[in-house]
Design a protein around this ligand. Sequence first.
Ligand code: 9MR
Length: 388
Amino acid sequence: MSHPATLRRVTAIAATAITAVALSVPAAQGAPPEETLRSEAPRDLKIGSAVWGQNELLDYDRKNPTEFQRILAAEFNSITPENDMKWAEIHPEPGVYDFSGADAVVAFAQANNQEVRGHTLLWHSQNPQWVIDASASWTCQEARDVLEEHVRTIVGRYAGEIYEWDVANEIFQDDWDNGGVRLRTEANPFLKACAEDPVALIGDVFRWAHEADPEALLFLNDYNAEGINTKTDAYYALAQELLADGVPVHGMGAQGHLSLQYGFDTSIQANFERFAALGLKVAVTEADVRMPLGDDGEPTAEQIALQAERFDAMLQACINVAACTSYTVWGFDDARSWVPGVFPEGYATIMTEEFEKKPSYSALLESLRDATPGKSPRTPPGLNTLNR
Ligand code: 9MR
């Protein structure tokens, strides 16, 4: 009498088997799944891009993404709001917050299984006019109150949704005339108001951020901070001082804005290692590699190759140092790069304006793949047989 039930079971198993076979067909016969930067990333290394949420993500429709949004989701497992969390954007008037761009970045990330790097809380640039005006007469306590309210509001709003924060950005300025670098106690309105003890203020910004989101890793971040140099020596000393004071500082970010006009300091890995030895995380936070272009606006073959080497050298340092948590490019396509607006240079990102992948992209992909256990270096079709 159990026959019909057995039959049903057998039929069900058969159906399952057929489904399994049917499902396995595309994988067996079709193209292999698309390799992307995020799919090839080793360990828990995050591969990120900056994105301007206000410009690119407000209209996001998951089922109908723009080409830019499709690539952003496919290639990266981390995104950084390029401008949306900066003071002028998110806190344009006293007591007035505009979270629209930042919310769009966080929503996009969550929809696409990405993490968010917050950027940034204490910076000399992109402060709103009201901060600039008010700061003319600030006492240190007044500056502290304004900054504390801002930090607790922003970090608190996104608590649990941001894995790393660039808390203090570019707080050292180059001061070559005086033989080194010093804290930006003139251009940064908050440090200026507290110039008598700027380190105490910096420490408290990290403390406020940590209280507002105990899970987020809190970073110092700067440009010209790749190799071992006067500036990173200053950061190293500052990090030691903050750590000795019990400040919750967790990482040092090297922005990685390179230009082919200058040499590349290969001590980046050694620099990362010394910060890691302090117990800090490190990250490449804003990588791009710009270059002067000819009259035709095009790079030479040599420049294209050299750009790939530089992008890759920064990634190699990150891969080789276990404390390196993330490698972020400052925009992935030339059409959205900040570079041409500021320098007489261009071609700074890993994809062209038409989203064509440059050799720089391929170099990153290969290095990520090679660093992933179980993945073997890609061999061009046919080469295997020829070699045997
Ligand atoms: O890419 C950002 C650009 O859109 C802004 O206009 C500019 C304003 O200063 O900031 C750019 O991002 C900077 C980042 O926040 C900090 N490091 C240097 C980056 C390039 O200037």
